[in-house]
Design a protein around this ligand. Structure first.
Ligand SMILES: C[S@@+](CC[C@H](N)C(=O)[O-])C[C@H]1O[C@@H](n2cnc3c(N)ncnc32)[C@H](O)[C@@H]1O
Length: 251
């Protein structure tokens, strides 16, 4: 496992300079963007749709509200929020990666989702929005890829309105040992092969498996959220903790 110092961080199981990680992550998502949605369905047997549905249902988002779908990629959550907030609300799909944003924008426009969605290329660590701006922020399968997670969480806290909530949907630590073993075998042996066959890119899917193992577990992420000011912070394990949904409020 990688050691972290002031100037280094992990990229999967490799130790890299902090200044290099964002470019390495960018290469992964430029490479997989075109096949991203297909791969999500294949790799998760479609279960990512249930995790995302649960996130929407836990968001409490209502008509007229302003939502940030951060690291929103190809826009699955944005599409659902767009319907929920209606004409009087707004959804901002923000992502650091131009290829993912392009695929997302085209997909949503093809679905007829136009009026209340805006697209912004932005780094989660330095969000280009005013203080106290959003009613709700979601970051789904994105935080794991961010170099300075604490900085990103603080930036999300800043742009949330008082009373607003953050939902972090992310891979986490399976809670049952037999499930954990089967999941390891699947992620390290089968997943890169599917990546090679479908996206012609085994390396990016090896990074996916490694980055999941390096991501903070449920309790650590909860503490990180509390450290930047979130209150009433809780998490809910999904599919035996393979994924967890963390939720915290700004008061
Ligand atoms: C696994 S995809 C998730 C996409 C979408 N949220 C979903 O659930 O399908 C991760 C996304 O995080 C984005 N990302 C990575 N680092 C980021 C950063 N520092 N700031 C904003 N977005 C970032 C990537 O470009 C990519 O689109």
């Amino acid at each position: 496992m990688a050691d972290e110092s002031k100037d280094t961080t992990h990229f999967g199981y490799s130790t890299v300079a902090k200044s290099d990680k964002a470019d390495m992550v960018a290469d992964v998502f430029h490479s997989v963007a075109a096949k991203y949605d297909l791969m999500n369905d294949l790799m998760s047997f479609g279960i990512h749709r249930i995790w995302k549905r649960f996130t929407i249902d836990s968001s409490g988002v209502r008509r007229g509200q302003r939502v940030l779908d951060l690291a929103g990629g190809t826009g699955d959550l944005t599409a659902k929020f767009s319907r929920l907030v209606g004409d009087t609300g707004e959804v901002v799909l923000a992502d650091i990666n131009s290829s993912m944003l392009k695929v997302g924008r085209e997909k949503l426009r093809n679905k007829g989702i136009i009026g209340n969605v805006n697209y912004v290329q932005a780094n989660a660590e330095a969000l280009p929005f005013p203080d106290n701006y959003f009613d709700c922020i979601t970051i789904a399968f994105g935080l794991r890829n961010v170099t300075e997670k604490e900085k990103a969480l603080a930036s999300m806290f800043r742009v949330l309105k008082p009373g607003g909530r953050l939902l972090v949907l992310e891979f986490s630590k399976p809670v049952l040992e037999p499930l954990s073993k089967a999941y390891d075998a699947y992620s390290f042996h089968i997943l890169p092969r599917i990546g090679e066959m479908v996206a012609k890119d085994a390396g990016s899917y090896r990074y996916l498996a490694e980055s999941i193992r390096m991501h903070p577990d449920q309790e650590t992420l909860k503490q990180m959220m509390m450290d930047v000011g979130f209150e009433n912070t809780t998490y809910h394990n999904l599919t035996g903790g393979i994924v967890a949904l963390h939720r915290g409020f700004k008061f």
